[in-house]
Design a protein around this ligand. Structure first.
Ligand SMILES: Nc1ncnc2c1ncn2[C@@H]1O[C@H](COP(=O)(O)OP(=O)(O)OP(=O)(O)O)[C@@H](O)[C@H]1O
Length: 324
């Protein structure tokens, strides 16, 4: 059954701890039916912002609303918002299943809902054991099950990929997509854009508590380009320009053409009699972009450690790793 997702509006949200401004005049929207990545380096203010959205911390200024209401104003909050802010706060001596049963009881949901969620999150057997023995990945899954107990229209997850193995991350990606496809609003935080770039539709990037960028992942990637290598860059660029394709030489001698049409580039080169040694699409290096946007803003590090991250060129094509 389709679910109507809840829309989040954050306006001029500010949080000061004494003289320190953790969240600074932050405004953004989170739309239903989409997965939004709330991104920023460690200490950027993500958790504090999410805690304000969930009514756990009182803001110094501004508003954060869910379909126009603050969390505190919501009638049956667990049916509107499900959240998992920390994966570690389960009582170690109680089973995961018991945790969920207590939660289910508070909203009048039957025990069958608990079993359904344990199946859905892939921990039906483990949930009978005490939470104290859970791996980080299992705690994440239990946290997700707890967040879903009230069948919420908005899901808020703080660093949900932490502690999951590559298979778990793949599973989570599909799971979140399914929830968004049902119409729900999904908001997940991460300190690595690269970690969530395959999962999210929209991004909200913050640094030092301030908004740096808001848009779709497509916007962030920018126009599609290709990389071509040849011994005769000048002739190739000239021929591409005649074919209405803008092209420039990179520092490493590769030619970056403003098109993803590899066949067109190959045909142009052939007609111009230029040999091609390499030809492939050039994926936007989102990791590098993220570092350059948030460079040197990790407030959890001292100055000595807070150096700009090393710049990687052309590293994203075929990059490996367990990305959400
Ligand atoms: N209760 C508090 N008192 C004082 N400072 C705080 C408090 N809570 C958070 N901060 C500071 O506010 C800043 C933002 O913290 P926050 O946890 O929101 O960042 P974050 O983006 O979630 O980072 P991380 O990825 O490390 O969790 C940090 O510098 C943190 O030390």
């Amino acid at each position: 059954m389709p679910t109507t997702g809840a829309r989040v509006e954050v306006r001029n949200l500010t949080k000061r701890f004494g003289g320190f401004t953790a969240v600074d005049d932050l405004s953004f929207n989170v739309e239903p039916g989409r997965i939004t990545g709330f991104l920023g380096p460690n200490g950027a203010g993500k958790t504090t912002s999410l805690r304000m959205l969930l009514g756990l911390v009182r803001q110094s200024a501004g508003t954060a609303t869910i379909d126009g209401q603050t969390y505190r104003e919501l009638d049956r909050p667990l049916t509107v918002v499900g959240s998992a802010l920390e994966a570690t706060n389960f009582h170690p001596g109680r089973s995961g299943r018991d945790h969920l049963r207590v939660l289910a009881a508070t909203i009048g949901a039957p025990d069958s809902r608990v079993d359904e969620l344990l199946e859905l999150t892939g921990i039906p057997a483990a949930a009978r054991k005490n939470a104290g023995g859970y791996s980080m990945g299992m705690r994440q899954r239990l946290g997700l099950a707890a967040a879903l107990i009230g069948d919420p229209r908005l899901l808020v997850l703080d660093e949900p990929a932490n502690g999951l193995d590559p298979e778990g991350i793949r599973w989570l990606r599909g799971f979140l997509r399914h929830l968004a496809d049902e119409g729900r609003t999904v908001l997940i935080s991460s300190h690595m854009l690269q970690e969530v770039e395959q999962t999210v539709d929209d991004v909200v990037i913050i640094a030092n508590g301030k908004l740096i960028k808001e848009g779709t992942v497509g916007d962030l990637r920018g126009a599609a380009t290709s990389i071509v290598r040849t011994t005769d860059t000048e002739s190739l660029i000239g021929a591409l320009r005649v074919a209405d394709v803008e092209a420039v030489v990179r520092e490493d001698g590769g030619v970056v053409a403003q098109t993803e049409d590899l066949r067109l580039i190959g045909d142009v080169a052939l007609r111009a009699g230029v040999p091609i040694h390499e030809l492939r699409p050039l994926a936007a290096d989102l990791e590098q972009l993220f570092f350059s946007l948030t460079e040197g803003t990790n407030r959890n590090l001292g100055d000595a450690e807070n150096q700009p991250a090393p710049v990687m060129t052309d590293a994203v094509d075929g990059h490996e790793g367990a990305n959400l």
